[in-house]
Design a protein around this ligand. Structure first.
Ligand code: FAD
Length: 136
C-alpha cells in the first residue's frame, strides 16, 4: 500500500501498531535521489546512489544497468592524447541517461502526488524512449 504523505501521517501509527503484530510486515520510506551532477573528477555514480527513482515507478535495476553500461561505453570512447578523458566520458554518460532517469522519477512522483495508477502506455513509452549505443 502506497499512501501520499498527508494521508500517511494519519495512518502511520495505525500501520505500525498493526504491523508490529505480524511477521511479514514491511515498512520503509519511498525516496528519490536527485543530483545536479553524477560525477566529479574521476568519481562517477551509477544506480540508486546517483538517481534512485524509488520502487513506486519500478525500473531501478534497469536504469542502474543502463547507467553502468553507458558510463563504461562512454569512457571507452572518450580518448584524448592516448588517455581516457574522464570529464568527457562522464559528461556524455549524463547526457545520454539523464532524460531517461528524469522521466522515471517524474512517473513515480506524479503517481504519488496525484494518487493515480501508472498507465502501461506511459510506462512503456518511457522504457522504449532510450536507444543504447553499441560500444563494441
Ligand atoms: C522494495 C523494493 C522493490 C523494488 N522492486 C524493483 C523492481 O521490481 N524492479 C526494478 O528494476 N527495481 C526494483 N527496485 C529497485 C532496485 O532494487 C534498485 O534500483 C537497484 O537495486 C539499484 O541497484 P544499485 O546497484 O544502484 O544499488 P544496490 O542494489 O542498493 O547496491 C548497493 C550495494 O552497495 C552495498 N553497500 C552500501 N554501502 C556500502 C559500503 N559502505 N561499503 C560497501 N558496500 C556497500 C550494499 O550492501 C549493496 O549491496 C526495488 C527496490 C525496493 C527497495
Amino acid at each position: 500500500m502506497i499512501l501520499p504523505s498527508r494521508v500517511a501521517v494519519g495512518k502511520c501509527q495505525l500501520c505500525v501498531r498493526g504491523g508490529a503484530r505480524r511477521r511479514d510486515f514491511y515498512l520503509d520510506e519511498a525516496t528519490q535521489i536527485r543530483m545536479q551532477s553524477w560525477a566529479s573528477g574521476r568519481i562517477a555514480l551509477v544506480g540508486d546512489a546517483a538517481y534512485c527513482c524509488s520502487p513506486i515507478g519500478g525500473q531501478g535495476s534497469s536504469v542502474a544497468l543502463i547507467g553502468a553500461y553507458t558510463l563504461a561505453g562512454e569512457l571507452k570512447l572518450a580518448r584524448y592524447d592516448g588517455r581516457v578523458d574522464y570529464r568527457q566520458g562522464c559528461h556524455a554518460y549524463e547526457t545520454h541517461v539523464r532524460r531517461y532517469v528524469l522521466a522515471f522519477q517524474a512517473l513515480a512522483f506524479d503517481s504519488v502526488t496525484n494518487n493515480s495508477m501508472i498507465t502501461p502506455d506511459r510506462f512503456n513509452g518511457i522504457v522504449n524512449s532510450i536507444t543504447l549505443e553499441d560500444y563494441s
